[in-house]
Design a protein around this ligand. Structure first.
Ligand code: ZN
Length: 263
């Protein structure tokens, strides 16, 4: 084999190695540039405890518990999730829309979300926790509500903070709306998978689109988790059990952290 031929072979071999490497790096760059602002690592979580103050939400009275109000369960749940996140992800910024038994309007809950800006290079998510109730006592299990895909959200509004304008200025509102729909679904599915893993015997009612104020106006990936039915005896026993609530809080926290935490 001549020196020239050997040189050509070496160059060819190098090209065969380098070109695919270069191509995969280029593909990675393309992917990350199309991931968008809602898919960045989560840096801020808004935890929204449903109802509060004069609005008790669902209520039930059981022989084993006495009267139970949804607003008390949801408040306890967000505190538990916050406590777990403080240990598992101390750098995460966690904001509660209410931290006590006060009434916060739906508009104010969304205003809190809109005015909470995630740190550079991170994204925010909105997790609303509720408890279900039905006329038939047989209805049970958890479900995950996300915004209807057809409901358009103007991510950039006149009341957006200046930092949000900077964060989203590369995108049109329709592109942001498309990315938001995509992330809502992923968040709903992540939450579903985490709860199914933690509670394999409970009924999973699935991820559903719903027309709900806080989902429509949060301007960030948002999911409303209905953790069980107060009108169902088995669910009510779970919902009034501190150890079950802690397990549920761990499952929710695990989903927020993308399953990365040691939960
Ligand atoms: Zn509710």
């Amino acid at each position: 084999m001549s020196g020239t031929r050997r040189f050509q072979l070496v160059v060819l071999s190098l090209l065969l190695i380098v070109v695919p490497l270069w191509r995969s790096v280029a593909a990675e760059q393309t992917r990350s540039s199309t991931v968008g602002p809602f898919a960045l690592p989560v840096g801020t979580v808004i935890l929204d405890a449903g109802h509060g103050g004069h609005d008790p939400g669902a209520s039930a009275t059981w022989s084993f518990s006495g009267r139970v109000d949804e607003k008390d369960i949801t408040l306890d749940m967000v505190k538990r999730v916050k406590g777990i996140l403080a240990i598992e992800a101390p750098d995460l910024s966690v904001v509660l829309t209410r931290g006590d038994d006060t009434y916060v309007s739906l508009e104010d809950r969304c205003a809190i979300a809109v005015s909470t800006e995630p740190a550079a290079g991170t994204s925010a998510m909105f997790i609303s926790i509720h408890v279900n109730s039905a006329l038939t006592s047989s209805a049970s299990g958890f479900e995950f509500l996300i915004k209807s895909q057809s409901k358009k959200v103007n991510v950039l509004g006149p009341d957006s903070p200046a930092s949000a304008a900077a964060r989203f200025s590369r995108y049109t509102n329709s592109e942001l709306a498309r990315q938001l729909n995509q992330q809502n679904l992923l968040l709903g599915q992540a939450m579903e998978q985490s709860l199914v893993r933690a509670f394999p015997k409970e009924r999973n009612r699935g991820v559903k689109e719903a027309d709900i104020y806080v989902l429509n106006y949060s301007r960030m990936p948002a999911v409303l988790v209905e953790i069980g039915f107060l009108s169902n005896e088995n669910d009510a026993r779970n919902l009034t059990s501190p150890s079950w609530r802690q397990e549920m809080a761990r499952a929710i926290a695990s989903a927020i952290l993308g399953g990365k935490a040691s939960l």
